[in-house]
Design a protein around this ligand. Sequence first.
Ligand code: SF4
Ligand code: SF4
Length: 445
Amino acid sequence: MAYAPQIIFIIIFGVTVFYVTKRIREIRKNILLGREVELTGSRSERFKTMVLFALGQKKMFHKPLPAILHLFVYIGFIVINIEMIEIILDGFFGTHRVFATGLGNVYPFFINVFELLAVSVIIGCVIFLIRRNILGLRRFKGEEMRRWPTLDANLILTAEILLMLAFLTMNSTDVVLQQRGAEHYVQTGSFFFSGLLVDFFTNFSNATLIAIERFAWWFHIIGIFAFSMYIFYDSKHLHIFFAFPNTWYSKLTPTGKFSNMPEVTKEVKLMLGVPEEAPAESTEEAPPGRFGAKDVQDLTWKNILDAYSCTECGRCTASCPANMTGKKLSPRKIMMDTRDRAEEIGRNIKTKGTDKANEGAALLDGYITSEELMACTTCQACVEACPVNIDPLDIIMQLRRYKAMEESSTPAAWNAMFSNVETNFAPWKFAPSDRFKWAEKIKNN
Ligand code: SF4
Ligand code: SF4
């Protein structure tokens, strides 16, 4: 029975790795439902963008206090997990603080840094819980945030607090057991933050302390494993990982530049008589499958990666003029809907072998309504605001393009503008020959 804890640990570790890997494969398949996209920028530009926006969280610093708190929570959570290496080795080999002997005096230094970050994570998470639930910031509200998304955010923040408290409790009881020379507890020296709790534990018996220390150790490790499974299975916290690939693949064209459909560009240039686009040998190109996007498969894989990277922070929605003026549009909802629809298609393919079984269901009209799409002013404020360079506008434009070009169901005022562009080469109703009449009037005066 001496090996029972090791066997249990290895089973839990194996189950976690199995399910996390399985889920990563599913998400990858869902992202690859999208069509190809042409990447922009060099590798060095993309690397710089990733370091600035994912690691440095550049856009968050428009508001320094929440940015600093978020940075502490983020870095703290990542760095503390380095300690997981030791915990996993201890779990596998039945050792206790396997690095303590080898690292000597450096070991307490590392643990003190981890503890400082653990305390920062606790402070940050408590403040975030207060902001969400007591101060009730506007950007945390909205139709799409009802029920699960709000509960999800609260669960994650609470879990992070509990995991950090378990880490401090484990260290604190360990130090008391070391001071008493308990068997198996190697001498490491004292730790600052958990040391503040030592007085609380001094009257406990060795047996009780060992039980608390072991409970905190198992709680911490099982909590981290459960947390990993949770964030991959049903949580917005995937952004912890996806922020990096998402910023790496950021669109690096000038702000506001739209991606045109080459087929349409060619047609327009032909119509305008641009000579280099005249049909020569290249008339055999296959026609586009569809103009614009009706469903997730018509979007690009980068659009779907965007959806999986969304943290649901609401900065886009809070800066959206349409949303501010009471329209139904919320760019955050656009991203959440895209992710939900990709998940639905993935599930259908997994269980029924095809999404065709779900005939009629689509991102457009099934999840996102025309009213939402038509409310967009294309101002780019959502793109500017997103801390991980997500582009909700690109999805909106592709869906709108479908409505305009495949369904011809745009508002009447837009249709008048479209015919003007077609006949007058401009959105106005005047013929090109009349365009400078206003100048003649000035000349004659
Ligand atoms: S581009 Fe559209 S969705 Fe984005 S902020 Fe402007 S109006 Fe809102
Ligand atoms: S799209 Fe960006 S800004 Fe909007 S909710 Fe998602 S992460 Fe936040």
